[in-house]
Design a protein around this ligand. Sequence first.
Ligand code: NAP
Ligand code: MN
Length: 260
Amino acid sequence: MKKFSIVAKDDRESLLVAKDIQRRLFNGAMSYSEKCPDLVCVVGGDGAFLTAVHKYINQLDSVAFVGINTGTLGFFIDYTVDQIDRFIDDILNKEPEVERRRLLQADVISEKGRRSYLGINEIRVENMLKTQTIEVFINGEKLETFRGSGLCVSSQAGSTAYNRALKGAVIERGLEVMQLVEVAGIHHAHYRSLGAPLVLSGSNTIVMKSDYVETSLLCFDRYAINLKGADTVAVSLSDVTFGIAHYEPVQFMRNLSDLF
Ligand code: NAP
Ligand code: MN
């Protein structure tokens, strides 16, 4: 990998580390290319990693991502900042194993047509202002009519993020699944829905049809759009993948126990 770029979290330490990495990779005969890198170095945490993947979302076939963490270890990030010498050495001298992961895709259907959005962690339909009624179909079969604030569909990678706060299950790395979890579901004598996390194989499509979308948001990772005018959202695992460059084997259980 000859051309690199850097995406850093916007704090003093991350920016200093980014400068240092740029200088040292430059000295190691790599060239900097913000537009067409082969390798993107992420400085920060899992949040910065999400920003980096979205920045290069239209060229994911030709880039791989490697992270160095200025906080604690992350799920997408293999190095801590005190391992910076090894980080530089590995990039300059080793061939990485590139792990490819599928993104989540939300197809939003409105009178104007269909638009697609990609997410690494999760796709959510949420409304903070008004209760939503959402009909949920799995592969064309009706599951339920949900009422509440919203629904969250997460990937394996996203299972340790928002999904975990919603009491969804943590999913082992390598499993290609989607998980549907409720956001503040209403359960009483009149309204009832599954009320438990639903883990589905990655070949499914989850369709959500909402009765009121004037103030609903479609959230994908750190981003959101207004769903006004669009009442149907179909979520599936995309054929689009992103690559994480690993120079050493990943220790998922260690990452997991570092999380809490
Ligand atoms: P953010 O500051 O980028 O992220 C919020 C926290 O979630 C940070 O501590 C971040 O880790 C962590 N995180 C992100 N992806 C993760 C993953 N796959 N596994 C474990 N932890 C992860 O916030 P944002 O920009 O609003 O949203 C980005 C993501 O954060 C969303 O996709 C969502 O999953 C998650 N989030 C979670 C909650 C919650 O749990 N209540 C609320 C908002 C957002 P770092 O510190 O390493 O960056
Ligand atoms: Mn973290």
